[in-house]
Design a protein around this ligand. Structure first.
Ligand SMILES: [Zn+2]
Ligand SMILES: [Zn+2]
Length: 256
């Protein structure tokens, strides 16, 4: 599997830095994970957006899905699409509210369904805790600790494994989900020990502690907001986890 970072700024985009968005590829299958603010621009600079084979959203906070509206316009109104987007609806694995939340960006009048019903180019599939398949990827979803319906994922393919926390505080079961994965991408939104809000995010230290507890191969830190000291987050994660720890970089790719 190859993971590419479209954006990794936490909670909001930073200067020249899109919010959360990733691509995961295997066997020529292109899975988009999150499409936060600014990521559709990054996607277009690398790929034809019609190459996406499926989308996966951990939750529906704007920093993870706001550019879905851009993709909607692109798929519905591009005058020269490279595929027929209506004959090839894009599977969208997302929390159950996604169709109504995304369509509300175009209006809330039920009589205006021709404009607001996005099922002409998307096939929405409501996420549930448990195991399912997306193309060649075996996905396990777990319920995360965040203020809305949110999921963490373990994704396996060809004997390799990847886990992504989504946005979450530490919760019972997170280490089990990530147990022994080759690559663990964890959010780390703040440094440890501040006046933190429970059930919202993890610190760098907590991301490192979960990585150590789960016995992962490599820890990738992401979702660090522009106002957080990234060097401090990295240092405390490295103090908690003795394996390889890196801050993901926008535009970089990582072998899983
Ligand atoms: Zn977020
Ligand atoms: Zn969030």
């Amino acid at each position: 599997m190859l993971l590419t970072v479209l954006g990794c700024s936490g909670s909001v985009p930073g200067p020249g830095a899109p919010a959360s968005g990733y691509l995961l590829e295997a066997e020529g299958f292109l899975l988009g994970i999150e499409l936060g603010n600014g990521t559709f621009s990054e996607l277009q600079s690398r790929r034809d957006p019609f190459e996406l084979d499926a989308l996966l959203f951990s939750h529906l906070h704007a920093d993870h899905c706001s550019d879905f509206s851009a993709l909607s316009v692109y798929r519905r109104y591009h005058p020269r699409p490279t595929i027929d987007p209506r004959a090839n609806k894009l599977p969208v694995h997302a929390p159950a509210e996604a169709p109504t939340r995304f369509s509300a960006q175009y209006g809330t009048d039920a009589a205006d369904r021709a404009v607001t019903d996005l099922s002409d180019v998307f096939d929405f599939q409501a996420l549930q805790v448990g195991k399912f398949q997306i193309g060649p990827f075996e996905v396990v979803a777990a319920a995360a600790a965040h203020p809305c319906e949110s999921f963490s994922f373990r994704i396996s393919h060809g004997g390799r494994s990847f886990a992504y926390t989504g946005d979450t505080d530490v919760y019972d079961g997170l280490s089990d989900l990530a147990r022994g994965v080759d690559v663990f991408m964890a959010e780390a939104s703040w440094t440890h020990g501040g006046a933190v809000i429970p059930d919202l995010h993890m610190s760098g230290r907590e991301a490192g502690e979960v990585a150590a507890d789960a016995g992962v191969g490599r820890l990738l830190l992401t979702h660090i907001p522009p106002w957080t000291d990234t060097a401090a987050v990295l240092a405390e994660a490295r103090a908690a986890f003795r394996g390889d720890v890196v801050l993901v970089r926008q535009g970089a790719s990582y072998e899983v």
